[in-house]
Design a protein around this ligand. Structure first.
Ligand code: URA
Ligand code: SF4
Length: 197
């Protein structure tokens, strides 16, 4: 198992690599890359889609409208930002928040993979379709649409991991839809359950 200082060093290096990255075209239009944030000792990691307008300005994940809802959801299960690691599939904002392209996901996910392997997680909460299908697929699960699998728990158990993936709706879906927020609150309880095991 790698030591804490080594993990911190790897994550710092990854942040620097993201800051200098030109592996896909998105570096040209971004204001700031958003590598991710949170303690490297976090037991829970959340993975969203890509930075939006506010994230691109501030260089931090989930700080806009969807971020407000995300904070509420965290609080609903007794967690705070300082307890969790938060990142995205893409580290730079796609113009006008368009969907990530396959080639961008391919170029950018080595950074996410580094985050997933370095931080010794118990739970990965994937927010929305893009994060859910990428992570489920990576660990060999059949990734169905989020409407079908949200709130379910997928267990990863191999030599490196004993963790759980919990696909969740993207909090942005709840910005104008209070019913969706109720579903998210319900689904977030799967995180607490997975942490208690
Ligand atoms: N939506 C995302 O997917 N990620 C963010 O960081 C903000 C909004
Ligand atoms: Fe590099 Fe990812 Fe930004 Fe593309 S989105 S430039 S791969 S950091």
């Amino acid at each position: 198992m790698i030591s804490l200082p080594e993990i911190e060093k790897e994550i710092k290096q990854m942040e620097q690599d993201v800051a200098n990255c030109r592996r896909c075209g998105l570096w040209k239009t971004r204001n700031n890359p958003v590598a991710g944030e949170g303690p490297v000792t976090a037991k829970v990691m959340f993975i969203g889609e890509a930075p939006g307008y506010n994230e691109d300005i501030q260089g931090r994940p989930f700080v806009g409208k969807a971020g407000k809802i995300f904070d509420e959801l965290l609080r609903s299960v007794g967690l705070e930002r300082k307890d969790v690691y938060i990142t995205n599939i893409l580290k730079c904002r796609p113009p006008k928040n368009r969907d990530p392209l396959g080639e961008e996901i391919k170029a950018c996910t080595p950074y996410l993979n580094k985050q997933i392997t370095c931080i010794q997680l118990s739970v990965i909460g994937t927010l929305g379709n893009f994060a859910s299908s990428y992570v489920l697929d990576k660990f060999g699960f059949q990734a169905e649409k989020i409407g079908k699998i949200h709130g379910k728990t997928f267990r990863i158990k191999n030599l490196l991991f004993d963790a759980r993936i919990i696909p969740l709706y993207h909090p942005a879906a709840a910005v104008y839809n209070p019913n969706m927020k109720d579903v998210l609150i319900q689904d977030f309880k799967s995180i607490t359950k997975a942490l208690q095991r």
